[in-house]
Design a protein. Structure first.
Length: 172
């Protein structure tokens, strides 16, 4: 929740950065946003994010605010412990494409932090990875073989052609 709020604030700051002449009150609002980010980080228990949000009182430049909030978001992403598909692939000794296949098939639970399915950015929580590994270790190594039918090798056919007319040669 906190990370989503931070992302929204960063998007708002991006819009302000592109504004040719932002009003003076915006700089105070940006400082208030950073202070709120610090309070939310403290509530979430992310100490490094609280430290990242410490600023001097007064108005703050938009570019500095963006840098502070981005640093705060990076700290949260690092502390959350979520893994990317390449990191999971490295741990399991498979390719990242295999991990993404597991995610898409529903075998491995992951959150898409990207924008839609076209540009998906998956994050896997350590608990979800442990659950996935547990399920795979409980699965049988080789799937059970299908039962074969009994062979009919001892059956002897004695009167196969009975009831059929005999084949005639071409000359007839």
């Amino acid at each position: 929740m906190f990370a989503n709020w931070l992302k929204k604030q960063l998007n708002a700051i991006d819009r302000l950065e592109n504004h040719p002449d932002p009003p003076e009150c915006v700089f105070d609002d940006v400082a208030a946003t950073i202070a709120e980010a610090g309070r939310r980080a403290a509530k979430a228990g992310v100490v490094k994010a609280v430290e990242a949000c410490q600023i001097r009182p007064g108005p703050v430049a938009i570019s500095l605010a963006r840098k502070i909030l981005a640093e705060c978001l990076a700290v949260i992403d690092n502390e959350s412990g979520s893994l990317t598909p390449p990191e999971v692939a490295k741990r399991l000794g498979v390719s990242p494409e295999t991990v993404i296949g597991w995610i898409r098939s529903g075998e491995l639970k992951a959150a898409n932090v990207g924008k839609g399915k076209k540009r998906a950015r998956y994050r896997i929580e350590p608990d979800a990875l442990a659950e996935f590994q547990q399920r795979r270790s409980n699965a049988p190594e080789n799937p059970p073989q299908r039962r074969r039918r009994k062979s009919l090798g001892s059956l002897v056919v004695t009167r196969y052609s009975q009831g059929r007319p005999a084949k005639r040669g071409r000359d007839s």
